[in-house]
Design a protein around this ligand. Structure first.
Ligand SMILES: Nc1ncnc2c1ncn2[C@@H]1O[C@H](COP(=O)(O)OP(=O)(O)O)[C@@H](O)[C@H]1O
Ligand SMILES: [Mg+2]
Length: 234
C-alpha cells in the first residue's frame, strides 16, 4: 500500500521524529506499518528494541542500494503503509526510495540551512520525476516550531517556500519533549505517562493532526473510483 518517505539532505531536520510519529499514529488506527530505517544513525531500529512497540509496526534495518526497490515493493503487499526514514544526504538509497514513493515529506526546521537541504531534495525529486515519467507527490512539513511564537527565521523559510510554490502542510510539528521521549522510553505517544511528560496531550493532538494531513494526501480510494467509472458508464 502507500509508500511515504521522509527526506531532507540535511541531518537534524526532524525526519526520523516525523517518520516515527506518523508510524505510531497509523498503528493507533489499527493499520499495519513497515518502517524502513535507512538512517545510518538507526534511531528507529533502537526504538524498535525498546518496550512498547505496537505489534503492527515492523522495522526493516538491513537496506542496500541494490535491494531497497524490491524490499519496498514487497512491503507494499504486506503492510497497509510503508514508511521510509532516509539519511540526511543524497545517495542511491535516497533516490531509489524517492522513486518508489507515493508521497515524499520534506521536514524543514525554521532555519535557512534546513531549507537549503530541503531544496536539494526538491531538485532531486524534479530530476527523478523525469526519469520515472510520473509526478512524485511531495510536501514540506515545518518541524520543531515554537508553540508560542513564530520566529523570524521560520517566517523567512515560509516565504522562501511560498515563492517557490511548494506545498507546505498546515500542521507544523511543534517542538515537544514528548517526541524526544519516544526514542528514550519506546512505544507511541498513547503509551507515555501524562504525569511524567509535560504537555503530552498537546503533543498527541499535534501528532494526530500531522498524521491526518499526511494520510489525506495518500488516500487511495480504488473502490470509489471504480464505482464512479461504473456509474458514468451506466
Ligand atoms: N518536534 C520535535 N520536538 C522535539 N525534539 C525534536 C523534534 N524534532 C526533532 N527533534 C530532536 O532533534 C534531533 C534531530 O531530529 P531527527 O528527527 O533525528 O532529525 P533527522 O532524522 O532529520 O536527522 C533529535 O535529537 C530529535 O529528538
Ligand atoms: Mg534521521
Amino acid at each position: 500500500m502507500p509508500v511515504i518517505s521522509f527526506a531532507n539532505a540535511k541531518g537534524g531536520a526532524g525526519k526520523t521524529t516525523a517518520a516515527l510519529l506518523l508510524a505510531t499514529e497509523i498503528a493507533d488506527r489499527g493499520k499495519s506499518v513497515t518502517i524502513f530505517d535507512a538512517d545510518p544513525q538507526k534511531w528507529i531500529s533502537h526504538w524498535a528494541d525498546l518496550p512498547g512497540r505496537p505489534g503492527n509496526i515492523d522495522v526493516v534495518s538491513q537496506i542496500t542500494p541494490a535491494s531497497i526497490v524490491e524490499q519496498i515493493s514487497d512491503a507494499t503487499h504486506q503492510s497497509d503503509y510503508v514508511i521510509v526514514d532516509l539519511e540526511g544526504t543524497e545517495n542511491l538509497v535516497v533516490a531509489n526510495a524517492l522513486s518508489m514513493s507515493d508521497l515524499v515529506v520534506v521536514p524543514i526546521q525554521g532555519s535557512s540551512m534546513d531549507a537549503r537541504g530541503g531544496a536539494k531534495i526538491l531538485t532531486l525529486i524534479a530530476k527523478l520525476e523525469k526519469i520515472v515519467k510520473r509526478d512524485i507527490n511531495h510536501c514540506v512539513a515545518l518541524t520543531r516550531t515554537n508553540a508560542a511564537v513564530t520566529t523570524r527565521a521560520l517566517k523567512a523559510v515560509q516565504e522562501f517556500l511560498a515563492v517557490k510554490g511548494i506545498d507546505v502542510l498546515m500542521t507544523p510539528i511543534v517542538e515537544r519533549a514528548a517526541y524526544r521521549d519516544l526514542f528514550e522510553f519506546g512505544g507511541g505517544l498513547r503509551g507515555q505517562n501524562p504525569k511524567a511528560v509535560t504537555n503530552l496531550d498537546k503533543a498527541q493532538d499535534n501528532a494526530a493532526m500531522f498524521a491526518a494531513e499526511v494520510l489525506e494526501k495518500v488516500r487511495i480510494e480504488p473502490r470509489r473510483r471504480w464505482y464512479d467509472v461504473f456509474k458514468k458508464a451506466s
